[in-house]
Design a protein around this ligand. Structure first.
Ligand SMILES: NC(=O)C1=CN([C@@H]2O[C@H](COP(=O)(O)OP(=O)(O)OC[C@H]3O[C@@H](n4cnc5c(N)ncnc54)[C@H](OP(=O)(O)O)[C@@H]3O)[C@@H](O)[C@H]2O)C=CC1
Ligand SMILES: O=C(O)C1=N[C@H](C(=O)O)C[C@H](O)C1
Length: 261
């Protein structure tokens, strides 16, 4: 049976990509689209229920999985509605505060919820192997992350950079929030050994680049992931929706749970 899908933020960069790919996916039915802004143009002609809020569309469409790439506030609204109605939801939004992430985890006890700051197979496989590299290189290597995104991106550092940072920090037995350095300016002194730098570049239409640097004595390793298209993230989210419809509430699921990496 086809999996019915509602796309929240359907007029956005990710939303529009998801609508296009979902329409040609033989395992999915586009069951509803939501967009509150002027970017809704064209969505009403898709042949499925359209609304300016998710609550409105959920009243007419039952049993669908929601995919949400919007804003932290809007995605929290989605998580609350999902918890109230037992609706499964895949969230790709980034920029949540730690408290907002706790709220997502709490909502995941009531409904199947999935959140990943990056839905690509590449980044999530990298996250699985990075700890080994950190441990094998040992403490003499300075760890730095650089991310580059398009000039419309609202949050920094990117959700992916923060996730990579958490992964590196955990491999060193650190807490990222205690070791992260997101800005350097002025007479900053020598680099502390126990630090992870997270640097942000913004410009043009860059889809999403992340580089992890391992600076050692006399050498360095650079590991770079470049997303060539938003379709990479959208395909990951569609795969997550199909997987999530068979999962039970209880935990906030991630790409690692689905990919088993
Ligand atoms: N996990 C991943 O793999 C990826 C995550 N992202 C993240 O996804 C998010 C969206 O990115 P992107 O598509 O580029 O952003 P866009 O701004 O292009 O799209 C977001 C859309 O959501 C709409 N929106 C805002 N509030 C609501 C609401 N309450 N209900 C429904 N829709 C709403 C926006 O409308 P309006 O224009 O009025 O604000 C906009 O159309 C960001 O947090 C980004 O970092 C992006 C790519 C990949
Ligand atoms: O806003 C984006 O575009 C992206 N956001 C995600 C992030 O913050 O990591 C993922 C991807 O890099 C694109």
């Amino acid at each position: 049976m086809k999996c019915p899908l509602i796309i929240n933020g359907a007029g956005g960069r990710m939303g529009a990509t998801l609508v296009r790919l979902a329409q040609s996916d033989s395992e999915l039915t586009l069951a509803g689209v939501v967009e509150p802004s002027s970017r809704a143009q064209g969505l009403e002609g898709l042949g499925c229920p359209f609304g300016k809020s998710l609550g409105e569309v959920l009243k007419t469409v039952k049993g669908a999985v929601v995919i949400d790439f919007t804003s932290p506030e809007a995605s929290l609204g989605t998580a609350r509605l999902a918890a109230e109605t037992g609706t499964a939801a895949v969230i790709g939004t980034t920029g949540f505060t730690p408290e907002q992430l706790d709220e997502l985890r709490a909502a995941a006890r009531q409904a199947p919820l999935f959140w990943a700051p990056n839905m690509s197979v590449g980044i999530n496989t990298l996250l699985a192997v990075l700890p080994e590299l950190v441990k094998k290189l040992g403490p003499a290597y300075d760890l730095e992350i650089m991310e580059i995104h398009h000039n419309k991106k609202k949050d920094a550092p990117s959700g992916t950079a923060l996730k990579l940072g958490e992964c590196l920090a955990e491999a060193r037995g650190w807490e990222l929030r205690e070791k992260a350095c997101c800005c350097r300016e002025g007479i900053i002194g020598e680099r502390p050994r126990e630090e992870i730098g997270l640097q942000t570049l913004r410009g043009g239409d860059v889809v999403g680049d992340h580089t992890i640097y391992f600076f050692g004595p006399g050498e360095r390793i650079e590991v770079t992931h470049r997303a060539h298209s938003r379709e990479t993230f959208a395909q990951g989210a569609l795969r997550a929706a199909k997987w999530l419809k068979d999962q039970k509430p209880g935990k906030l699921y991630s790409m690692a749970d689905m990919l088993r990496v």
